[in-house]
Design a protein around this ligand. Structure first.
Ligand code: UTP
Length: 298
């Protein structure tokens, strides 16, 4: 067996239209919406960097400026914070700017689907395994999911996707797996299907927005076949890749928030806000009082 491959590059597809969040997403990407005081994309980038990722590849669409500016220096802001002795904030802002030359932006001309967005990263990634993070899947955990998946990748040297058991009536919102084994955290996948109706779904194990894929996925994506919703789906390309090489599902620990949905996004804000003592002290009494007041008859 050849030498072990490691994963140094992560792709962040951020070119979706974010229609569920209109009008908020008319002029800014959905991934720039904040959970408490950090944009979704920053949580994802921090997760990748903490896992040892060295190169960040954004697949953007229109409205990319806010994203680019977020991960760049802001001299004017830095001067003002310095003049006001806001050292902690200054350090925080400084730490979110990755080293020059480690971010690549490529563009998806048209939002033809997640699979197509990933295909757009092919030249930036080249011939090596890479990670994909969807910022709207936010996982609250002490053990960042991508870091755990990269450790598994070191062992199996095969593609891995994050999976979670979902409510069986929701299978038509996810890529759903058919697996050989259950009961461990690493599942050998037999098949997968995008957005099956609950009566057609092989299980209730759903693919969540963290992937480690081998570069052979690009060959599959280059077929540009349209799938569910008329979009080019990554799940369909992975299902074909599965005919050639193993793919594993990784059951992660932690609470996932679907920040692509309005309810999930609000839940994430609440959970992350309650983690912050300075916010919690005002928020908890407010929630209790508000719920009391909105009880029917009161
Ligand atoms: P979603 O399926 O949540 O789609 O994309 P969306 O278009 O962003 O949002 P809605 O459904 O209209 O509200 C999952 C991820 O894939 C990216 C999105 O930016 C998001 O991070 N994506 C999706 C692309 O980059 N390009 C696409 O063509 C589709």
């Amino acid at each position: 067996m050849g030498s072990k491959l490691s994963v140094k590059k992560a792709v962040f597809p951020v070119a979706g239209l974010g229609t569920r969040f209109l009008p908020a997403t008319k002029a800014i990407p959905k991934e720039m919406l904040p959970v408490v005081d950090k944009p979704l994309i920053q949580y994802a980038v921090e997760e990748a960097l903490s896992a040892g990722i060295e190169e960040i590849i954004f697949v953007t669409g229109r409205k990319k400026e806010a994203l680019e500016d977020h991960f760049d220096r802001s001299c004017e802001l830095e001067h003002t914070l310095m003049a006001r002795n806001k050292d902690t904030l200054l350090r925080e802002l400084d730490s979110l700017v990755p080293e020059s030359g480690t971010i690549i932006y490529t563009r998806q001309g048209e939002p033809l689907g997640l699979g197509h967005a990933i295909w757009c990263s092919r030249h930036a990634v080249g011939d090596e395994p890479f990670a994909i993070l969807l910022a709207d899947d936010l996982v609250k955990t002490d053990q960042p999911v991508l870091g755990k998946m990269l450790a598994k990748f070191e062992e199996v040297q095969s593609s891995i996707v994050a999976v979670e058991e979902i409510d069986p009536v929701q299978t038509d919102k996810y890529g759903i797996l058919d697996v050989e084994n259950t009961g461990t955290d690493l599942l050998r996948i037999k098949g997968m299907v995008e957005k099956p109706s609950p009566d057609q779904a092989p299980s209730n194990l759903a693919i969540i927005g963290r992937y480690i894929l081998t570069p052979e996925i690009y060959t599959q994506l280059s077929r540009k076949e349209r799938g569910a919703g008329g979009e080019i789906q990554i799940t369909d390309a992975m299902a074909r890749l599965l005919q050639e090489q193993p793919i594993y599902g990784y059951r992660f620990k932690g609470r996932r928030f679907d920040c692509g949905s309005k309810a999930g996004f609000q839940m994430a804000n609440l959970a992350y806000a309650l983690d912050r003592p300075e916010i919690k002290k005002d928020l908890l009494p407010f929630i209790a009082e508000y719920l009391q007041q909105s009880k029917p008859g009161s």
